[in-house]
Design a protein around this ligand. Structure first.
Ligand code: ZN
Length: 345
């Protein structure tokens, strides 16, 4: 939104997400002033979310009846999703991706990082689907798609073996980012993934303490996708992914929702799941749901001189008025509160 306007309410401010009653003055999309207020509307203002790991193209196979192992379902080149993607007409693919982008916006997501299959054509199809959406999108392509994307997305070091290092070096030489899935079904590919010094590791569901120490020391962020891990049968307790140990070790943890085929890319639902399974404090979960914006070289925190990426919730609707802790209520039950709008810039 351009121009000048003010949003008033109870906002979750800065990196601590402390609640303050404020008026946010926004000019040309930038929060120019955060003014404290003693009264005002019962509106909640929360940073919008960044979904740090998606595969939105496999919307085309959403909730298909598909028993099978992780590799039978999603591993390239012949897992079920890849066969279905090849069979889908380009127009249908673009429509499916647009539908998913719409769901993400309506559930408070302002940006996401997507692994896009299908080479250059795949990246072009996603770019077409994104036209006019106003979101911050980081595209990790493959099979040549990386040349026209923001970076290279590698399914696992297992896929390319010794060639992985060459692919990474090539992407780096052209200034591209690098992201890898690692440690999804076991920990055996984590060490080699860390050795690639990527910009992002995805999953680390089965990373050991030794791995986590290396990841933290190298400053590599980890996008965890807990609902996907449970859905695909690679997690059986809160030790997978080891979120508490990741945080204790000092890893930067982002939240992602992974394959739209299995999991709705709804960050409210992901936060709520993490809250129930891990019992973390709300500020930690909100940080995981927003900090991935760093992949798009931006920040979604509500601070002066930042771009406004906000969700507003009707704090007087339904049972919202009775919340004693709005950060906790956003984390636990955003979807049953009413999102008035998502402000993207
Ligand atoms: Zn993935």
């Amino acid at each position: 939104m351009g121009g000048e306007y003010t949003v008033e309410g109870r906002a979750l401010i800065g990196e601590s997400f402390d609640e303050q009653r404020v008026a946010l003055h926004i000019r040309d999309g930038i929060i120019v002033d955060i003014e404290e207020r003693s009264t005002g509307p019962d509106r909640w203002i929360c940073p919008a979310f960044f979904n740090a790991h998606t595969h939105i193209a496999d919307t085309v196979a959403m909730d298909i009846d598909a028993p099978g192992s992780l590799s039978e379902l999603v591993a390239p080149p012949d897992g079920l999703k890849h066969r279905l993607l090849r069979e889908t007409a380009p127009g249908d693919l673009i429509r499916a991706m647009r539908g998913t982008v719409d769901v993400m916006k309506r559930t408070g997501t302002s940006g996401f990082a997507d692994f896009r299959e299908g080479g250059r054509e795949g990246v072009f199809a996603l770019s077409t689907a994104l036209e006019g959406c106003g979101m911050d999108v980081v595209i990790f392509g493959r099979d040549g798609g990386e040349a026209v994307a923001n970076g290279l997305g590698i399914s696992s070091v297992r896929e390319h073996g010794n060639r992985t290092a060459d692919l990474v070096a090539e992407a780096r030489s052209t200034g591209k980012m690098v992201a890898l899935h690692a440690g999804e079904k076991d920990g055996r590919d984590v060490e080699d993934a860390i050795a690639c010094a990527p910009d992002l590791l995805v999953h680390c569901t089965h990373a050991t303490d030794y791995h986590l120490r290396q990841i933290a020391d190298a400053g590599i962020p980890v996008a965890i996708c807990p609902r996907s891990n449970w859905r695909l049968g690679v997690a059986s307790s809160r030790d997978f992914p080891p979120v508490r140990r990741m945080l204790e070790t000092g890893c930067e943890v982002f939240l992602g929702t992974d394959n739209v085929m299995f999991v709705q890319p709804d960050m409210g639902a992901e936060m709520s799941f993490v809250s129930y399974v891990y019992g973390l404090d709300p500020a930690t979960i909100l940080r995981m749901a927003t900090a991935g914006a760093a992949l798009a070289k931006t920040s979604y925190l509500i601070e002066e001189q930042r771009k406004a990426h906000l969700i507003t919730v009707d704090g007087a609707g339904g049972n919202a008025l009775f919340s004693k802790n709005i950060a906790k209520s956003v984390v636990n039950r955003l979807n049953s509160l009413s999102i008035e709008g998502t402000i993207l810039n």
